[in-house]
Ligand binder design. Structure first.
Ligand SMILES: Nc1nc2c(c(=O)[nH]1)N[C@H]1C(S)=C(S)[C@@H](COP(=O)(O)OP(=O)(O)OC[C@H]3O[C@@H](n4cnc5c(=O)[nH]c(N)nc54)[C@H](O)[C@@H]3O)O[C@H]1N2
Ligand SMILES: Nc1nc2c(c(=O)[nH]1)N[C@H]1C(S)=C(S)[C@@H](COP(=O)(O)OP(=O)(O)OC[C@H]3O[C@@H](n4cnc5c(=O)[nH]c(N)nc54)[C@H](O)[C@@H]3O)O[C@H]1N2
Ligand code: SF4
Ligand SMILES: [Mo]
Length: 721
């Protein structure tokens, strides 16, 4: 119980008046149990909660820096209104009443003049308040909200899995059975621990010495441990997966009784993948046919096997079919809903009240991109979102209709959306922009009003983890108050009340209680807070009772829903549009394959660059290059390297490593420099998205654009002053 924790700690630390609050770190998607030590209203220490099943007392470097984050002198502490022109950096302090009144008036005026769809909401990945952003949009009557993760990360996997399996499978790290084999596909959870696990669950699974297969163009720590490392060409994951399916089916390595009883369309798949032999895949993927065979055999013959997949497969414009193909490996080998394999969640949290029912079918149909990308914005989406490139076009050009206001709650748009120059141009065209954040960012500098958001340790919330599965439900609790900071959730409730919206005006606590009730947990948020977390007892093979929640009641290898929506029912191979094979003319000038965004343990996307401790651990943006390539371009250790695509160029410091193919360059994403002068904070210097494109082609079902597998060239850059 929280009270006990406080009392125990009080006793443990006799003579010390520290209070200890049991909470959950949300500085990444994770959700590590954390104990927040507070003295005289100030956060003085954070430690991992040993009772938490997700981290057993450990925290990563970011979690361990929470005190530095919360008490950082640069934290936004009160609302501000811009005085000069957009982007001038001239700000004036205002009160919350002034800020909320002005937002309400200006947003309602835009709604009256242009319709609610002219107001867009924006947010970032997997935050505590992510679902509240669309909820507020729906209450306001707009279908347009966006988050870089919806078309680019995680949700392609969620939506595809729901259509294929009827639910979203995650690796089983909580039932107690260790995996005998783990396939890491475009995923490095030891650093990122994003959604199906925390990085500590991953480390614990490794203690049982599973057989490891890694699919990654870089030699990561996991690749070093792996029995088989498939060092593929970035963007060729679909070809590799199809060739592995060819081996699993051709060599009869699949689980025949399971496949017969529980999958739909096996014969069609068998015929379809005959063409995708490992020999066919070798020149496309740069992986030898022998290795492809060995990996397929190892995965299929070692049980239980789990698959850990990451966002690398969602950063190319044919991500949905890639995901479908990869997901068939655990399906054919019956590693679905078995302990130590891939499992469906226990859904300890019910559906979040998104208020989407507040939108009429006509308004839903207006969601930008919904007509084309049904898995992102239409009938195939679990929670429909707007298509970012289409949204930006509506801001810039007023087509297909004008978007005049952008209310951003936790996203540094200039760093994490593709094609920063175009994003900047789009934001500069807005009539009204609001940005709620912990810190001033290059994006917040473009706003009309900036709001100081509360960090995770400053608010009450629920976390159901792994994301979507919610096998564990945890209570995050407010330990401190910083300045006038407010939780995003409360800002939405206050705005909804001020705007006199018909829905969305309940208190935060009422919504948290409703979520617990919808998940079947017989407790209120206050009761959960006493215990800290609730672990829902795990039940394997849930499909045996009622089948899979798909139209055929089976895992749809051949997807009836895809077919119905006009998308390919069987996965296929397609080159990334800007690749040496698809665009040989471009490759003449830009001969290297560029990939971006491999996570590091010190920063979360564009965040944490202002935290000294973390910047000391990782000072500069780092680009990886092979020694032979570096030599060819006259680049030596420690040089700043100029990396350029058809969109533009930027500089990062060269790390010369033979852990990357000589034909590939890897750059980090999210870079800006809080230590450089406002209002731009060096966002035009080392930002990966100066290199990326948000133009077509997009994934036909999801609208995904390309953040990896592009073409680039490099040169030595002059040193940065
Ligand atoms: N080139 C390239 N680009 C990428 C990627 C890549 O690999 N390569 N990865 C993509 C992926 S997968 C994703 S998900 C996106 C991530 O993109 P985002 O999730 O949008 O991440 P950030 O842009 O870092 O925005 C997070 C902002 O939220 C603020 N913040 C933190 N906590 C809170 C809070 O509680 N409330 C509020 N209001 N603000 C808060 C932070 O200070 C920060 O400014 O980036 C994408 N962009
Ligand atoms: N510390 C920290 N944790 C994070 C984040 C962070 O910024 N920092 N970001 C969060 C977010 S938004 C997300 S989505 C997750 C992402 O976390 P992960 O899913 O683990 O993704 P990444 O680390 O971006 O990329 C995983 C691996 O993909 C490889 N890769 C690059 N291109 C390709 C390719 O074309 N194919 C294949 N198969 N592999 C490729 C990279 O070399 C990298 O090692 O992490 C989350 N957690
Ligand atoms: S892994 Fe994520 S949740 Fe855990 S301590 Fe690090 S930032 Fe916090
Ligand atoms: Mo992400």
């Amino acid at each position: 119980m929280n009270i006990n924790v406080q009392q125990q700690n009080h006793i443990d630390r006799a003579g010390d008046d520290t209070q200890v609050f049991k909470s959950v770190c949300r500085s990444c998607h994770g959700g590590c149990g954390a104990l927040l030590h507070v003295r005289e209203g100030k956060l003085v220490k954070v430690e991992g909660d040993r009772a938490s099943p997700l981290n057993h007392g450990r925290l990563c470097p970011i979690g361990l820096s929470t005190v530095d984050l919360v008490n950082h002198p640069d934290r936004l502490q009160y609302p501000k209104r811009r005085r000069g022109p957009r982007g001038s950096g001239d700000w004036q302090r205002i009160s919350w009443d002034e800020a909320l009144d002005e937002i309400s008036e200006r947003v309602l005026a835009i709604r009256d003049k242009f319709g609610p769809e002219a107001i867009a909401l924006g947010t970032g990945t997997g935050r505590h308040h992510i679902r509240w952003v669309s909820r507020f949009g729906h209450a306001l009557g707009t279908p347009n909200w966006s988050e870089p993760g919806f078309a680019q990360c995680f949700h392609p996997r969620v939506n595809t899995s729901i259509l294929t399996f009827g639910d979203f499978p995650v690796s089983d790290f909580t039932s107690g059975t260790p995996p005998a084999c783990i396939l890491y596909w475009g995923h490095n959870p030891v650093f990122s621990g994003p959604d199906g696990e925390t990085r500590f669950n991953v480390l614990e699974a490794l203690e049982h010495n599973p057989r490891i297969i890694v699919v990654d163009p870089r030699r990561t720590g996991l690749a070093e441990k792996a029995e088989i490392w498939l060092q593929l060409r970035p963007g060729s994951d679909d070809a590799l997966a199809l060739a592995m399916l060819n081996v699993v089916i051709g060599e009869k390595l699949y689980d025949e009784p399971f496949v017969t009883q529980w999958t739909h369309g096996f014969e069609a798949l068998r015929e379809h993948v005959k063409q995708f032999t490992p020999e066919w895949a070798e020149p496309i993927t740069w992986v030898s046919a022998d290795k492809i065979r060995a990996a397929a055999r190892l995965f299929a013959r070692t049980k239980p096997a789990m698959m850990e997949w990451g966002c690398a497969i969602e950063h190319t414009p044919k991500c949905i079919q890639t995901i479908r193909a990869i997901s068939m490996l655990p399906a054919l080998t019956a590693n679905v809903d078995v302990p130590g394999g891939w499992v469906f969640g226990m859904h300890g949290l019910g559906r979040f009240p998104s208020l989407i029912e507040n939108l009429t079918p006509e308004v839903n149909a207006k969601r930008l991109g919904a007509d084309r990308f049904k898995l992102l914005g239409g009938e195939g989406a679990d929670l429909p979102a707007a298509h970012i490139p289409t949204l930006l076009q509506a801001m810039r050009e007023g087509k297909p209709y004008p978007v005049k206001a952008f209310l951003v709650f936790g996203n540094n748009t200039l760093t994490t959306y593709a094609n920063t120059s175009l994003v900047y141009e789009s934001l500069m065209k807005l009539d009204f922009m609001v940005c709620a954040d912990l810190f001033m960012t290059p994006t917040a500098e473009l706003a009309d009003i900036v709001l100081p958001a509360a960090a995770w340790s400053e608010l009450d919330q629920l976390a159901g983890l792994p994301t979507v599965a919610a096998n564990v439900v945890l209570a995050q609790q407010k330990a401190v108050q910083i300045g006038e900071c407010k939780p995003d959730e409360e800002i939405f409730v206050e705005l909804a009340r001020r705007m006199k919206l018909p829905v969305g005006t309940e208190s935060v606590k009422e919504v948290l209680d409703a979520q617990l009730a919808a998940g079947g947990l017989r407790m209120t948020f206050d009761q959960l807070k006493q215990d800290g977390f609730y672990k829902v007892p795990f039940k394997p093979r849930k499909y045996e009772e009622k089948g899979f929640r798909t139209p055929t009641g089976k895992i749809e290898l051949y997807s009836t829903r895809f077919e119905q929506m006009g998308y390919a029912p069987l996965p296929y191979y397609e080159e990334p549009p800007e690749s040496p094979l698809a665009a040989p003319e471009v490759a003449k000038d830009y001969p290297l394959v560029l990939t971006s965004g491999g996570r590091i343990p010190f920063f979360f996307n564009s965040e944490h660059r202002q935290i000294d401790k973390l910047r000391r651990a990782h000072r500069d943006p780092i680009a990886e290059i092979h020694p032979d390539t570096a030599k060819r371009y006259g680049i030596v250790k420690g040089d700043w390297m100029w990396i350029e695509t058809r969109r533009g160029g930027m500089r990062q410091k060269a790390k010369i490593t033979d852990g990357i193919d000589p034909r590939v360059i890897h750059v980090q994403h999210g870079w800006w420099f809080p230590d450089q002068p406002a209002p731009q904070y060096g966002v035009w210097q080392s930002n990966a998205n100066l290199l990326t494109d948000n133009g077509p082609p997009y994934d036909p079902a999801m609208g995904t654009y390309q953040l990896r597998a592009l073409l680039c060239r490099v040169a030595k850059a002059p040193p940065v002053a």
